[in-house]
Write a protein that binds this ligand. Structure first.
Ligand SMILES: Cc1cc2nc3c(=O)[nH]c(=O)nc-3n(C[C@H](O)[C@H](O)[C@H](O)COP(=O)(O)O)c2cc1C
Length: 279
């Protein structure tokens, strides 16, 4: 196998991107990070290795960090990342380069792609009206999709020719120094991200269909007596899959998001594909 793409996806955007890359790059295998996050002895076998993930709080989700830290990447002679984001500037390239450096490897190339926001606020404790257009309008979704498809053609060419660090062409691309400063300022809050809590609950419209339990990437949700229970002792991955895939929009967030005006999930990814990441 010459290319391996490791992915993490809560609501399908990153998996959609990974699948589209797989279509473009011959001999590419997709591997879900969630399935192996608690396993040891992980090693890549590809010569080209990519990581595709959503941006959470300006960087990669903490399970991605845990996975990559453990991963033996000695087989790889070219490593790239695709950060799938809602629209902020990001630090994931810097953070990934740091992890790889400790393994004696380089992050050869990194990209970011703007896709619809999959949550009303992320893990922000308050909702700032107008800050995030959630759920995005159909026209915006198709425009983002079309831009993403065009950009993936470019990314494919870069990856296949193993080009190293092309100029960061993202509109929000910050200089490396500025990224380092922001990263240092945010470092003390890193641990808080993991300790954070999202106060999900299901209202009376819950039908007990169990989709939330299936798509829950951390296996935090258990259906008990036909109702979802977010088990206290299990750490949430903050992926928002339960919230977004609930067909009755019964899952809400206490004091933060109690609206039932639509949800966003990527239309090209099924419930089964999301749940297969940890089964
Ligand atoms: C907990 C959380 C935090 C997020 N933080 C950011 C952020 O800092 N910047 C950003 O641009 N998007 C942020 N997003 C939006 C996602 O990165 C974006 O919607 C992504 O496409 C979701 O990918 P997925 O469907 O593969 O999970 C956040 C989403 C969640 C759930």
């Amino acid at each position: 196998m010459s290319t391996e793409i490791y992915y993490f996806s809560g609501t399908g955007n990153s998996l959609h991107v990974a699948k589209e890359l797989q279509k473009r790059i011959p001999d590419t295998k997709l591997i879900p990070m969630v399935k192996y996050v608690n396993k040891d002895g992980l090693r890549t076998t590809g010569k080209t290795v990519g990581f595709v993930f959503p941006v959470h709080m300006m960087t990669f989700p903490f399970p991605v960090k845990k996975f990559v830290k453990k991963l033996d990447v000695r087989s790889a002679n070219y490593i790239f990342t695709v950060s799938v984001k809602g629209g902020t500037f990001i630090l994931s390239d810097l953070h990934m380069a740091k992890i790889l450096k400790r393994k004696g490897k380089r992050l050869d190339c990194y990209f970011d792609l703007k896709m619809p926001y999959n949550s009303p606020t992320g893990v922000m404790p308050v909702r700032i009206p107008g800050m995030i257009d959630y759920p995005a309008a159909e026209t915006e979704i198709s425009e983002l999709e079309s831009n993403m498809q065009t950009r993936l053609d470019v990314i494919k060419t870069i990856v296949m020719s193993k080009e190293v660090k092309p100029k960061d062409d993202s509109p929000y691309g910050f200089s490396l120094l500025l990224k380092k400063i922001i990263s240092a300022l945010m470092a003390p809050f890193e641990i808080l991200k993991e300790k954070n809590k999202i106060n999900y609950y299901a209202d009376s419209t819950c039908t007990g269909c169990g989709i939330c339990e299936k798509v829950c990437l951390s296996k935090k949700i258990k259906l008990i007596d036909g109702r979802p229970v977010w088990q206290k002792h299990v750490q949430c991955f903050f992926c928002y899959a339960c919230f977004a895939y609930c067909p009755a929009q019964s899952i809400l967030v206490k004091k933060l998001y109690t609206e039932k005006q639509g949800r966003y999930v990527n239309p090209d990814v099924s419930v089964h594909e999301i749940s297969s990441q940890n089964s």
